[in-house]
Design a protein around this ligand. Structure first.
Ligand SMILES: [Zn+2]
Ligand SMILES: [Zn+2]
Ligand SMILES: [Zn+2]
Length: 124
């Protein structure tokens, strides 16, 4: 149980574990399917900031959500996609590669130069 109250039906909200971390769900489930995000908890990336090694935080802004560095505004690293520990192989770039889907293909996109390379599927 949490302190939060469902704003749809007034029941108490309970903390649940989901795929993207903890969230609040209405205890009136399945009658009420209201859920809330736990805003006290910051989502951190498993990969450190490619620019300074700090932590990457999932931030929400009016223009959308993105990965930003904890040392902002000192470090201005920003990426819409969570970077991996792989580095861009283009000379002089060395930016972090972020796995993403582009035109229905699995690719790595460099957060710096936006170069895309196909992702090799492991296994299968
Ligand atoms: Zn409810
Ligand atoms: Zn940084
Ligand atoms: Zn690059």
């Amino acid at each position: 149980m949490s302190e939060e109250v469902c704003d749809k039906c007034g029941s108490a909200m309970v903390v649940k574990n989901g795929r993207n971390g903890k969230f609040l769900a209405c205890s009136g489930y399945p009658k009420c399917k209201n859920t809330k995000t736990l805003n006290q908890e910051t989502k951190y990336s498993e990969v450190p900031c490619p620019e300074c090694g700090g932590k990457l935080l999932w931030r929400q802004s009016r223009r959308g959500a993105f990965w930003g560095c904890e040392h902002y505004p000192k470090c201005k690293f920003i990426s819409k996609f969570e970077p991996s520990d792989k580095k861009c192989e283009i000379e002089g770039c060395g930016g972090a590669l972020a796995p993403r889907t582009y035109r229905n293909k699995e690719v790595y996109e460099c957060v710096k130069c936006k170069d895309r390379t196909p992702r090799e599927e492991s296994g299968e």
